[in-house]
Ligand binder design. Structure first.
Ligand code: ZN
Length: 297
């Protein structure tokens, strides 16, 4: 069966689910959602025809879960059931991503990463992979939860996968990023920012949300260029002196860093905002940059 036929069947199946289980406008919403998924025509047919079919099966099962009209099952402190029933509201839409997390793949090619993300045993994925040549591989619908952040924390958010888009850049971790790749990234970020109304502060790196555990996208990543386009922040050219009573730990925490391991948080901050030095000490210049950056959050 061709991918197009599979998608048509998938689309028909989803329409039936919507029509059988629900009434407009919920049906309208689900139909739109199904059509969005069905219209995501895969750019890479071979050798991913089999995994694309698995993708359709998984999205099908997720839509069936969404369409369920089972009320929550609760019991009181004595174990007796609390009466509950399902009354569907007519006013809702899908939850939107509110963060973008940028990664490097630490692999040698985009093909290697596509393989990694289409093998079940790795248990990792991202919404997008961008090749060095600028080719964008869209691997998961933006409304679904990719497995790219892992154990992470930003502010009080501990489930970054549930609120973010993950973008992986084909880069081995110790080399500059290709200009074509960054150009494609900037286009993609502009689209995501517009589609989901993501604030500038919420474009961050894996290193920021998992200090001490993850080094990506590392000191070669052009955060300054991104900030100039409205994605993330960068320090101003002219820096004010950090005041004597300036508390760097509180500033890092207010930006979003997990400061339970302060040294790791400082290194993560410096990988992002200093880049030329990644020691766990803060020089006067580092403090001035931190003071400047924290006022932007
Ligand atoms: Zn990462």
């Amino acid at each position: 069966m061709t991918i197009k036929k599979q998608q048509k069947e998938q689309s028909n199946k989803l329409m039936k689910i919507a029509i059988n289980h629900i009434k407009a406008p919920f049906a309208f919403y689900l139909l739109a959602f199904a059509l969005i998924i069905a219209s995501c025509s895969p750019k890479v047919v071979q050798p991913y025809a089999v995994t694309n079919k698995v993708y359709l099966t998984r999205t099908d099962s997720i839509l069936q879960v969404i369409a369920q009209q089972q009320p929550v099952a609760l019991t009181d402190s004595t174990g007796a059931p609390i009466p509950s029933s399902f009354v569907g509201t007519v006013n809702f839409n899908a939850r939107k991503p509110n963060y973008v997390i940028i990664h490097f793949t630490a692999q040698d090619s985009a093909a290697q990463t596509l393989k990694t993300f289409t093998i079940v045993k790795t248990q990792v994925s991202a919404h997008y992979v961008i090749g060095r040549d600028g080719h964008v591989y869209h691997m998961l619908n933006d409304y679904l939860r990719a497995w790219h952040a892992g154990v992470s924390k930003w502010g009080s958010i501990t489930d970054m996968n549930s609120c973010s888009i993950g973008i992986e850049l084909d880069n081995n971790g110790s080399e500059p990023f290709a200009p074509a790749q960054i150009n494609s990234l900037l286009s993609l970020l502009a689209t995501l920012k517009k589609n989901y109304n993501i604030p500038a502060s919420n474009f961050i790196g894996h290193q920021d949300i998992a200090p001490g555990r993850k080094p990506d996208p590392g000191p070669f990543f052009p955060w300054q260029t991104l900030a100039q386009h409205g994605f993330g922040h960068w320090s101003d050219d002219v820096l004010e002196l950090a005041p004597d009573n300036f508390d760097p730990q509180t500033a890092l925490r207010l930006i979003g860093y997990d400061t339970r391991d302060l040294s790791a948080a400082i290194v993560a901050f410096k990988r992002h905002f200093i880049q030329t030095d990644q020691s766990p000490q803060l020089t006067q210049l580092d403090l001035n940059v931190l003071y400047n950056v924290y006022k932007k959050y």
